[in-house]
Ligand binder design. Sequence first.
Ligand SMILES: [Cu+2]
Length: 148
Amino acid sequence: MKKIIFVLLSIALIVVGLSACAPAPEGPQIEISGVWGRPSPMKAGNGAVYMLISNTGSEDDKLISAYADVAEVVELHDMTMEDDIMKMFHVEYMEVPAGGSVELKPGSKHIMFIGLFEKLEVGQIFSVELEFEKAGKMTVDVEVKEAE
Ligand SMILES: [Cu+2]
């Protein structure tokens, strides 16, 4: 009996040891957190969604598109300061480097909604589908709230 317990214990230790020193998973490994969207008081107005996209994998990836059924157009945007004026512009993709992350936040990168079908109110939750070049599509829930 003691021997069996010892064997089981050894296997358990090996399993724990293997998972502890496992290399980063092959390919990109996308993790998304802190997803939120600004309230938008006007119907047919615009909205923006923010989040942190991390890549714990071994390969770079790119966010190449976003889709949500709350607006006519959904685009990837970034912002820049020109002559003291914040300007936003459309980007083809957002890079998510292996072992790194990209933060979508106010005044910076965001997912832009143009022509909302309904206003976005605090407490509302809706989903956005994100498409990555390598990791493919994933859907996240967006919580509408005021900026912190
Ligand atoms: Cu924008």
